[in-house]
Design a protein around this ligand. Sequence first.
Ligand SMILES: O=C(O)[C@@H](O)[C@@H](O)[C@H](O)[C@H](O)CO
Ligand SMILES: [Mg+2]
Length: 402
Amino acid sequence: MKITGARVIVTCPDRNFVTLKIETDQGLTGIGDATLNGRELAVASYLTDHVIPCLIGRDAHRIEDIWQYLYRGAYWRRGPVTMSAIAAVDTALWDIKAKAAGLPLYQLLGGRSRDGVMIYGHANGGDIAETVDEVQRYIEMGYKAIRAQSGVPGLASTYGVSKDKMFYEPADGALPTENIWSTEKYLDHAPKLFDALRSRFGFEHHLLHDVHHRLTPIEAGRLGKSLEPYRLFWMEDPTPAENQEAFRLIRQHTVTPIAVGEVFNTIWDAKDLIQNQLIDYIRATVVHAGGISHLRRIADLAALYQVRTGCHGATDLSPVCMGAALHFDISVPNFGVQEYMRHTEATDAVFPHAYSFDAGYMLPGDVPGHGVEIDEALAAKYPYQPSYLPVNRLEDGTLWNW
Ligand SMILES: O=C(O)[C@@H](O)[C@@H](O)[C@H](O)[C@H](O)CO
Ligand SMILES: [Mg+2]
């Protein structure tokens, strides 16, 4: 089966998405997500100008060979732009292969390992009271696992607190907005949030929290220790993970489980964290970590050390990524949880899909392929809109991690 064409579709139904569509000489097409929030056009150009010319005429069934060709052939390896582009090709080719076999993608990945994919949603509020009410709402919607983020007294804004409660889009400006961050105010506040949540709801539901790279290792150790009475499912991105060694310091101080990896794009970013059991969940996902093929390699390494998957699934990852991730999630043996931030109706209309939500779990659907398509005519109605993620500054003006 030959690749006869490929094109990049950039669309912005409420937010920007980049999609690669591959066509073959047997009439089958496949799509892959290539969205990189705030740097979308870099990936679109990488695909259009440097990858697609190399794809035409290749055998669409040779997924692994094409992956190696794009990874080794670029000479300049790794990084979010390169690996998101490779991920889009990989995902589209798995979509084609499954369609050619007439099977849902998970059947080519070893079949089901579970009946459904447990997901977690994002409850957030401007203060503790509002966040408690939002957690209540997610419990009523049937969620078994809920991430809780709240505003911090004394800070005008902070990561994870959105205006619209069902969708969270942090990219909010034609140039980056600047937020002010105070670690002391946050460390004083976070335990109070989870004390209120456990006092109200007990321990029946999994509670998660995203620190979003904003602490130093010892501060992360302090936070993890302060959250131990509340038995979190995980504390996410407690400190930037370029220095994987830093997590040893956190581990010395707390048994609060740690999840890292949504910004990782290859197995090399996670190798030491996994092999030294410095984390409990790996957050790498289909769109940013080289696609289905590479994510399986990361998951297999993680399984050796009893590290489980917890794929990133924010609104800025398109329904194409969500669909592919659910096929991965329902089959991977060391599954942990899948993040699911809902997309808007306009986005869902552009990306019709077979996956579904049912009482805190999601199902990938059983149509051939990964079950997600793109309505190109509708996509064309939503032109790209430049949009940046915010930056953080400390109260003294120092540029910090957002
Ligand atoms: O865990 C998460 O979902 C967050 O870290 C994301 O919302 C992240 O901030 C965005 O994906 C960035 O575009
Ligand atoms: Mg996160």
